[in-house]
Design a binder for this molecule. Structure first.
Ligand code: ADP
Length: 378
């Protein structure tokens, strides 16, 4: 019998699950936030993912519920589980991707290496942390941050006053997360997928480059990471997937420190920007693997098809145009590039698509990928 996967959220991650579902002959339905979302071609419902009735009505039409983002509130998720609807990842796991303080607490309990951190409720506590950490630190809001929003490097205890005030206004109290400012050599991401029955399959660890807190480039596999760094990264991701009971795709964002350690920064329990290269560069894409995992099907092999892949995000998009408007020139100049448009209007900083090039020589791959992506720059 054909199974139906229901995806909550109609962004580009849901969009990229659609071809994978079509190929597998799996039916896919999307609960989109608006008519004009990236995944609108599979949108069977439009509505608010925070509204219990909307989500329940949608979930009752599918065999398993999964996500394009981690913002569905816990009470809504728990109501689905109570109705007996399979939800992957489930609320017990997803809470750690929804709240950075909970995540830091849980990972520390599991003995997973993380930056030094504390929960702080006021500038005095923040000051104490700063004093212990050389006067500089990174402050984060526990919830609601993405693409670097809700992350601030500070050099004094009053530099998060607006966030403390916002927490007080909320009426629920609450704390900010403060962390040591990690002097990292580079950022890495380790992805795995886990089935409800427990099997886990990793992809090679990748290097990610962020600009202004937004992922801009990914190189797969991470250059020079074979051996110890790859082992550490995989080990951390396995411990998290098992320790938190994650089902589906898991991305672990990591800092590689100058003294050879690997520290966990962030978690995402869904397909992730650091894994877009897998569409063109791996035997099994993260979107196909996520569908297999949430349907509890055997996971696919994750080796690379070519020695190197580079993915470049198209951020902002061409002025007054869309990516496809520039295809003729870009495709003519860069026949090895694979173009992925999310059908979004251009807007500063917005992820409107990505370009991937795979090949044998990393310098050539990078030259082609950056050249192709540059056609969509302005
Ligand atoms: P978001 O959830 O908005 O993506 P992250 O927590 O991943 O936020 O932080 C965004 C970026 O900020 C990271 O990719 C990294 O470049 C930088 N960053 C975050 N935490 C730290 C830290 N403790 N030390 C140094 N840089 C950090």
């Amino acid at each position: 019998m054909v199974k139906t996967v229901g995806v909550i959220g109609g962004g580009q991650l849901a969009r990229m699950m659609i071809p994978a579902a079509l190929e597998l002959g799996v039916s896919i339905r999307v609960l989109a936030e608006a008519e004009s979302m990236s995944a609108s071609m599979a949108a069977s419902a439009v509505g608010d993912y925070r509204d219990l009735d909307t989500v329940l009505d949608f979930a009752r039409t599918v065999d398993v519920v999964t996500f394009d983002h981690e913002h569905v509130p816990q009470p809504v998720l728990r109501a689905l589980v109570e109705e007996g609807i399979p939800v992957h990842p489930g609320p017990d796991a997803l809470q750690y991707a929804q709240d950075k303080l909970l995540m830091r607490q849980k990972l520390s309990e599991l003995g997973v290496p993380v930056p030094d951190w504390a929960a702080v409720e006021n500038p005095e506590q923040l000051d104490a942390f700063l004093m212990d950490h050389g006067g500089r630190a990174v402050v984060k809001t526990a919830r609601g941050g993405y693409d670097g929003k809700g992350v601030r490097v500070i050099g004094g205890p009053t530099e998060a006053d607006d966030w403390f005030a916002a927490l007080a206004e909320d009426g629920n109290g609450g704390s900010l997360l403060v962390e040591e400012l990690v002097d990292f050599r580079r950022e890495l991401a380790q992805q795995v997928a886990r089935r409800p029955s427990g099997d886990i399959v990793p992809w090679p660890v990748v290097e990610t480059v962020q600009r202004d807190g937004i992922c801009s480039e990914v190189v797969a596999p991470a250059p020079g990471a074979a051996g110890r760094v790859a082992e550490l990264s995989e080990d951390v991701a396995f411990r998290i997937a098992e320790g938190l009971g994650v089902t589906g795709a898991l991305a672990v964002e990591l800092f590689e420190t100058r003294d050879g350690r690997v520290l966990v920064n962030e978690l995402a329990m869904r397909p992730h920007n650091s894994g877009h290269w897998t569409i063109d560069g791996s035997t099994t894409s993260q979107f196909e693997q996520h569908l297999r995992a949430v349907l509890d099907l055997p996971l696919g092999a994750t080796g690379t098809l070519r020695p190197w892949s580079m993915m470049i995000n198209v951020l902002g998009g061409p002025d007054g145009a869309t990516m496809p408007d520039r295809y003729a020139e870009a495709m003519h100049e860069h026949p090895t590039a694979k173009f992925h448009s999310y059908q979004k209007e251009s807007r500063p900083g917005r992820k409107v698509g990505h370009v991937t090039v795979c090949g044998d020589d990393l310098d050539e791959v990078a030259y082609q990928a950056r050249g192709a992506a540059a056609f969509f720059d302005d």
